[in-house]
Design a protein around this ligand. Structure first.
Ligand SMILES: [Zn+2]
Length: 349
């Protein structure tokens, strides 16, 4: 038997789901499902620690995501002011510290942590903390405080924020946003451009000189909305040696999937691979594709490709890549190695 793939998933809203939806990520998916109504609390649960370990999902970019009051999501905690956003985000950061007290979990804040998680004889799940939407950063200079708290990636946008145009709300970086790019460069944060409006994206690439990634974005050619990446954006990310995490959300994989009946069976791993192949063709290699499922990020199992029941089924995605003709080394890169390359370069010593 060959060794299982070492999987990195670059986007999961674990803290939001715990603190807002009451989902404990330490539970197995089967337990969470048993405690929720048949359709789940925000879709059918996909994620739990035992399932990460069963599928050898060994590193997760765990988000700090707070919900603006304009968000139609039924979440019960939203913010109006930056200070309120900061408070909610600090609660999520504290939740990750608590989660890391579980022997199956550890926080990754530097290269030594990364090495320890990779080499750990007893498999663990390493969490890299990613702030999705920068509103909790009250002022750009606060970046150091968040960095000290363990945040390693920041995505300035979700929808529009005080910093950046975002999904469904096009526009440039604000003056604060420009300052944030400079502060993030200085602090050596990783910039996550997922959700950034195109105009903001191009400005950010000018102003920010560090590592750039798209934690969870698909190809706009196939799903033509501003949430996905244009060819020019993909090329720019490749040029910066970034990685793009494929979102395993059917609405982001197949154009108008929901409007066309939301059939889980209509989307498969082959659909994800189409997106990945497209990026590989633009790049001329496989080094810029990764996984960024966004599992349980406002949708559930019912809206993921047909091969997915829980997060552990990601392990089977490697076989699908092999069937599609990818070489073993390239598959290991896509499953996790490409993200490891970025982390190894961007994390502090
Ligand atoms: Zn998102």
């Amino acid at each position: 038997m060959t060794a299982p793939y070492f999987i990195v998933d670059a986007h999961e809203d674990l803290a939001f789901n715990a603190l807002v939806l009451g989902r404990d990520p330490r539970r197995a998916v089967v337990e969470t499902r048993a405690q929720e109504p048949p359709k789940g609390v925000d879709g059918i649960a996909t994620v739990g620690l035992p399932d990460f370990l069963a599928g050898n999902v060994r590193i997760v970019f765990a988000t700090i995501y707070v919900s603006p009051h304009t968000n139609p999501n039924p979440a019960n905690k939203t913010y109006q002011t930056a200070e309120q956003a900061q408070t909610l985000a600090q609660e999520q950061l504290a939740f990750y510290a608590l989660l890391a007290s579980d022997p199956r979990v550890s926080l990754i804040t530097n290269r030594a942590d990364l090495k320890r998680v990779i080499e750990s004889p007893k498999p663990q799940v390493g969490l890299v903390i990613l702030m999705e939407g920068a509103d909790p950063i009250v002022k750009p200079q606060d970046i150091d405080k968040w960095r000290e708290g363990g945040v390693r990636l920041v995505g300035p946008a979700w929808s529009q924020t005080r910093y950046s145009g975002g999904t469904g709300k096009p526009g440039p970086l604000t003056n604060l946003g420009k300052q944030l790019m400079r502060e993030m460069s200085r602090a050596k944060m990783i910039l996550d451009i997922s959700h950034m409006a195109e105009e903001s994206f191009w400005q950010a690439l000018e102003l920010f000189d560090g590592t750039v990634v798209a934690s969870h974005s698909n190809v706009r050619k196939f799903v033509p909305t501003d949430r996905q990446l244009s060819d020019e954006m993909i090329r720019a990310l490749v040029k910066r040696d970034g990685v793009i995490g494929a979102v395993f959300y059917n609405q982001f994989l197949r154009h108008q999937w929901r409007q066309n009946g939301a059939d889980k069976q209509a989307v498969s791993f082959a659909t994800v691979i189409e997106h990945m192949k497209y990026i590989c063709d633009l790049a001329g290699n496989t080094r810029h594709c990764g996984i960024g499922t966004d599992f349980d990020g406002g949708f559930g199992m019912e809206a993921t490709p047909r091969e997915i029941d829980t997060v552990s089924d990601l392990q089977k995605f490697g076989g699908a890549l092999a069937d599609a003709g990818f070489a073993d080394a390239d598959i290991r890169g896509i499953m996790g190695g490409n993200w490891l390359r970025v982390l190894d370069r961007a994390l502090p010593t």
